[in-house]
Design a protein around this ligand. Sequence first.
Ligand SMILES: [Zn+2]
Length: 504
Amino acid sequence: MSLLLSPTQIESLLGLPIYPTSVSAAGDAVFFLARGEEDKRLGILAAAGSAQADRFAGDRSEKGGLILALCPLTAANAQALRAAFAWLTPTTLGLRTSAGCGDRLGLATPGHIHAARAAPGIAMIFAQQSIRENTRTGRTPQDVMDDATWGVFQEGWREGYGADADHLKTTADADSTAAAGYTFFTVDPGDHVDDAAHTATFTELQMKVAGLPWAGPSPGSGQALDSSVADMKARYLGKPFDLEDLRLIFTEEDLFRAAAKYARAVLHAARMYRHLNGKITGRPWELEVSVDETNTPTSHLEHLYIASELKRLGVRWVSLAPRYVGRFEKGVDYIGNLLEFERSFAGHAAIARAFGPYKLSLHSGSDKFSIYGIAARHAAGLVHLKTAGASYLEALRATASFDPGLFREIMAFAIERYETDRASYHVSAELAKVPPLNTMSDADLPGLLDQFDARQVLHVTYGSVLNDARFKKRFFTGLAAHETEHYATLERHFIRHLQPLCEK
Ligand SMILES: [Zn+2]
């Protein structure tokens, strides 16, 4: 019997529905994803004695010279599948316009892919979680990677994808994600940013700068800035920086403020870069530097200082996330003056071209519909958009439509948890403004996901909801049973993120 079977023939042989887009041949075997009664299975059809099929663990039967195997979606099988198909292994994206779709549930990749197909040319990241998100969802970097792998396989997405180890703060975080095969490392030196420098007096700034780790035991060790106050002044003072239409001139106070605020962060980023460089060998990887989770906006002069110092310390990066003007609150549109954002972003883009080029990264990028076009235009496509919580919210929107009872319970619990759970997030939702559930019909519930306060309340409480035994299983089972609706909801929402990025 030939292995060149149609999806329908495979289904009748198997007695189970399969995902037609997943059917892929490698060597002497055909692989596909099947929908079992309880869960998904990796199916393999191969000639008897196939070496390919032997690399996977699962139930197998042999009939008429054919092996038919049904394998659980384990980490080992995911690893073997990545080895069989190069397009399943995450890759670097370089300077292509790109978008990262964090997926806290591990179910969203097919929906993200449906949206990506409607926005051709955008390089996608499907595996993306921070250590904080992993802690709150009880997943490991490997789980996140494998869930993305299965989603990419299900859809037969062969355009390549990246894997973002997001908001890495320590070398230990870097190690666990490097081991899991991540390709895009977002180093967050925010803990080393001195926000107090933002409003410090010049005298205070001079003291802070004098106290920086200028010299270490051996130059190039990454322990020190390998410079001096005099060197720094010579590098930045007494000359204009002309970057296209933007002319930047440091006063001594500007320079000391930039150094006091960011020098230790730059040094930490350089240390993380060196660490990763030593750790990851024999495969490509790329770096993003993010200072978005700090309290004060990054000025143009500060951005220039950061980029110039990173370069001086030998760091190479593909994207940088400054803290922009205005408010990037979770799960809602940009809050602030759009003209001011545009003017400011245009300057950041000029700096990124002059000192890179590198991409400007938009963190907390979910639902910032009013700025995507502005960003894509001014950066001429050198943009990375990062969304993390939107997929969870859209899963809730889908749930509200097919299981209103469960959604009401989750919403009521989120309201209870909000004041506690909001602590580490930029949100301004007020509980009093969430429409009362008991006045809403079931048909109105999905619309709550468009209401500012309800959306933020649901956004920041994901850890509590996913760790509560009352919800977790029902939530996941419901999404699995209604995956077509789930994917369609994600697709609708993410198209609105991705398509504006295509307009350069
Ligand atoms: Zn961020």
